[in-house]
Design a protein around this ligand. Structure first.
Ligand code: NAD
Length: 264
């Protein structure tokens, strides 16, 4: 199986922590040179240092840009005009009752989760089509199919990503470019702990209680019955970025621990 990414250049948006950071680690270990992105230079530098500590030969550069804005996306494109792999990973999520989701919340969900990937892909897809090799991956979520009642605005943004990725894949017919989505389920990243601690504090519960609650109440159809690790999710993303995945295009690949009950 050809997982070799030597000579390939990848941009992973939002790669200073969580799933993006784990993906950067994985692509680096497969030989790719990777651009790390986050909102601040400090977090970008920290992420580069943490990968370099584990992988001394890692080929890494960094670019801090707020990709929630058109200007931020444009500055990213100007800084990295040439790449082979784009992983549209940045995403925000927050549990909120439907009646409390404001216009601003809906707009933020749309701008960050949907428009960042649209704005970058609008430049990179035609660019990759000219080179005739490339991978674009949207990091969606099981919430794009199994719309969670506690964050409908998030589900909407993740469903939109699925539609965009599938539509873009139609533009790659007969080429060596693929556009796919990866759908993680609940994944244990640093920020989950912070979020669960906040929720636990409100009710006097512990983080462990909240973890149990996630699989008993919020995601009872999980077959995994635990949070996936960011490395487990990164393995799927890395595969779909690799030459080995060349016949997988326009697909929605689930790493959701079996939450979504339909077989496809
Ligand atoms: P995270 O909050 O741990 O990390 C998000 C990253 O995005 C960080 O590096 C942050 O700096 C960056 N970021 C956020 N807003 C940005 C902006 N405007 N400009 C530039 N960078 C920005 O998130 P995560 O849990 O690793 O999630 C990554 C992706 O996976 C998201 O799209 C999320 O929706 C999806 N996802 C996560 C889970 C989960 O349980 N963690 C489940 C399903 C899908």
């Amino acid at each position: 199986m050809d997982l070799n990414l030597n000579g390939r250049h990848a941009l992973i948006t939002g790669s200073t922590r969580g799933i993006g950071l784990a993906t950067a680690m994985e692509l680096t270990s497969m030989g790719a040179s990777v651009v790390i992105n986050g909102c601040s230079q400090q977090t970008v530098d920290q992420a580069i240092a943490s990968i370099s500590n584990k992988a001394t030969n890692a080929k890494l550069t960094g670019f801090a840009a707020d990709l929630s804005t058109a200007e931020g996306c444009q500055s990213m494109i100007e800084a990295v005009p040439d790449l082979d792999i784009l992983v549209n990973n940045i995403g925000i999520y927050e549990a909120k009752n439907f009646e409390h989701i404001s216009d601003e919340d809906w707009e933020a969900m749309f701008t960050v989760n949907v428009m960042s990937g649209v704005r970058l892909s609008r430049y990179y897809l035609p660019y990759l089509l000219k080179k005739d090799w490339g991978r674009i991956v949207f990091i969606s979520s099981e919430s794009g199919i199994f719309i969670p009642q506690e964050m409908i605005h998030y589900g909407f943004s993740k469903a939109a990503q699925l539609a965009i990725a599938r539509g873009m894949s139609e533009l790659t017919t007969g080429t060596n470019i693929t556009v796919n989505s990866v759908l993680p389920g609940p994944t244990w990243v640093e920020m989950q702990k912070v979020r669960l601690r906040k929720r636990a504090e409100k009710t006097g519960a512990t983080v462990e209680d909240m973890k149990k609650h996630t699989f008993e109440e919020r995601r009872p159809t999980s077959l995994l019955k635990r949070y996936a690790t960011s490395e487990e999710v990164a393995s799927m993303i890395a595969y779909v970025c690799s030459p080995a995945s060349s016949a997988t295009n326009g697909a929605a690949l689930r790493v959701d621990g079996g939450i979504v009950r339909t077989p496809f």
